[in-house]
Design a protein around this ligand. Structure first.
Ligand code: ZN
Length: 557
């Protein structure tokens, strides 16, 4: 059993303390004691990360608390100083006279990660990074300021979700009208923030010697075994093999409902009886999840019990809580934490089937010596989370009720497939944006509109003028806050579908392979982890088509 969450603490670093700490680490290297220097550095990085994660989590748990907000601002301001120290130390280790010994101590893959990292930072861009983080916070604050009147209630953007999925078509339409009214009313700010981000990121890339932000963006994501050309070819696979499938599904829904046209607000409701909802509230789902994991795999069950009983789940929706859901971790304590906002829709189930995948991987990797291996890069991390969503299928009745289990599986599978064209569209858009950093906001909206028609030709915004002109992307936070991240979900989904296919052949073996993959953490790059898990690279021609084919058969498309 772990220590309880409330007992986890962290010391706040200061510029002076960090300088002294790194001076001591450098002194160890001067003395010739490389392995001790690396071991002490590992402890330092874990402690700093534990403070950073805890500070961020406390702020997200209560965004109205002034002290938590001030601590979060301080964390953002200190981040480039921390990066500066880390980059210098990595650079020094990479230049070590006995590089093989460093590789044996820290891990060979860690050295390749550092080689990537050191090209993404120079003290010259410290102020730019602070400015970037301020712009990102402005975007989040702008989203959080939304107060939307609907159904006699005032809700924020997350609170709109149940209305966007209502079985009543008029309510879904109203929800989308309300959402785009908010974006339209704040259009100038959304455009201005993104325009500043694009120009700032381009400036940083040029200072570091990149031709555009794209190269820097890939390196910030620590990608080392594929590049923009592989990603472009993958997007084309999605357009060729997934777009027609989703189009066929929507056309069938339109006929089924007797609608003249399928509108954008009809897309989220994929089941004629209405999307499946959880069979109970938070305490019900918490208890049911224990049984679900016990039926799946003993390691998952023991870990979930630890998380649940020791306070590592914060799931209810409170007014001052930040929207959304995520998994974070406290590396000195060796425990992850799941943050969510339950809203009564099927998204609540994702906490147990998606975020738990992240948490379990992090927990299984906590003993790895290298700090850099505690989490893999994001396209790999999303394999752990998205595969668990599919691996939960045979036991999902515990969360939705026996009578709804088959409908849940169908809904989830359709939504997984229908996500792919949108996912690659978000990625393609960003490649165009950073290839043309001087484009005007109106030109960016036109780029989105063109790509939306390419990947989602069925998309019909009806009377919603703002998204019809190409504004949909402004609701996708990753475009503002995590450039080039989004393709990762689509690559991971291709791997998760492969796990699903395997689980239908031999469930116990698929689970064992899954647990083993989680234990590898980030010790290999994406394609190395894919291979170690017995999966095939999504970049290999025909792999996506094969994975989607199994789903097409099950869905009868
Ligand atoms: Zn995730």
């Amino acid at each position: 059993m772990s220590i309880p969450f409330h007992a986890i603490t962290a010391e706040t670093p200061t510029p002076d303390k960090l300088a002294a700490c790194y001076a001591a680490l450098n002194a160890r290297l001067d003395e010739g004691d490389m392995s001790r220097a690396v071991a002490e550095w590992e402890q330092t990085r874990r402690a700093v990360e534990q403070w950073s994660a805890l500070t961020h989590l406390r702020f997200e748990q209560d965004t109205q608390d002034e002290a938590r907000k001030a601590a979060q601002d301080y964390r953002d301001e200190l981040a480039p100083t921390i990066t500066n120290h880390e980059t210098s130390f990595k650079t020094r280790l990479l230049a070590h006279s006995n590089r093989d010994a460093v590789a044996r101590t820290a891990g060979a893959h860690a050295l390749r990660l550092w080689e990537t990292d050191i090209t993404t930072f120079s003290p010259e861009i410290e102020n730019d990074l602070q400015a970037e983080s301020k712009l990102q916070s402005r975007y989040v604050a702008l989203l959080a300021s939304a107060r939307i009147e609907i159904g006699g209630k005032t809700v924020n953007l997350s609170g709109l979700a149940p209305y966007q999925q209502s079985p009543d078509r008029r309510i879904r339409h109203q929800a989308e009208q309300a959402r785009w009214h908010f974006f339209s009313a704040n259009a100038a700010a959304f455009d201005e923030i993104y325009d500043s981000l694009v120009k700032l990121r381009t400036r940083m890339a040029r200072k570091l010697g990149f031709g555009s932000f794209t190269g820097l963006g890939y390196r910030r994501m620590r990608r080392m075994d594929y590049g923009p050309a592989d990603v472009a070819a993958y997007r084309e696979q999605v357009r060729l093999h997934v777009t027609p499938l989703v189009q066929r599904f929507h056309e069938r829904r339109r006929e089924q409902e007797g609608w003249d046209r399928l509108h954008a607000w009809d897309e989220p409701m994929v089941d004629a009886q209405g999307n499946v909802e959880p069979a109970g509230d938070e305490s019900f789902l918490r208890a049911q999840a224990q049984g679900m994991f016990e039926a799946m795999n003993g390691d998952l069950a023991a870990f979930y019990q630890d998380m649940n009983e020791n306070g590592f789940l914060d799931l209810d929706n409170r007014p001052a809580k930040a929207p959304g859901g995520f998994c974070t971790s406290f590396p000195s304590a060796g425990m992850p934490f799941i943050f969510a906002n339950f809203n009564g829709t099927h998204h609540d189930i994702d906490v147990f089937t998606h975020e738990m995948g992240h948490a379990f991987q992090n927990y299984r990797s906590r003993h790895l010596a290298s700090f850099d291996y505690l989490w893999p890069t994001y396209e790999s991390a999303e394999i752990h989370s998205m595969s668990l969503e599919h691996l939960a299928y045979p036991h999902i009745a515990r969360m939705v009720g026996e009578e709804n289990a088959a409908r849940y599986r169908r809904m989830h599978l359709i939504q997984s497939i229908a996500f792919l064209p949108y996912g690659v569209c978000v990625d393609h858009f960003q490649h165009e944006v950073y290839a043309n950093p001087d484009a005007t906001p109106a030109e960016r909206h036109a780029m989105w509109k063109k790509l939306e028609a390419l990947y989602m030709p069925w998309r019909n915004w009806g009377d919603l003028a703002y998204p019809a002109r190409g504004g949909r992307w402004q609701a996708q936070g990753h475009i503002y806050s995590a450039p080039f991240y989004y393709i990762d979900y689509t690559l991971a989904e291709c791997c998760a579908l492969q796990f699903w296919v395997k689980s239908r052949e031999d469930y116990a073996k698929a689970l064992r392979d899954y647990v083993a993959l989680c234990g590898l953490g980030g010790s290999k790059p994406f394609l190395g982890l894919v291979q170690a898990a017995g999966l095939t690279s999504p970049f290999q021609p025909g792999v996506l088509e094969g994975a989607v084919k199994a789903a097409r058969t099950v869905l009868g498309l």
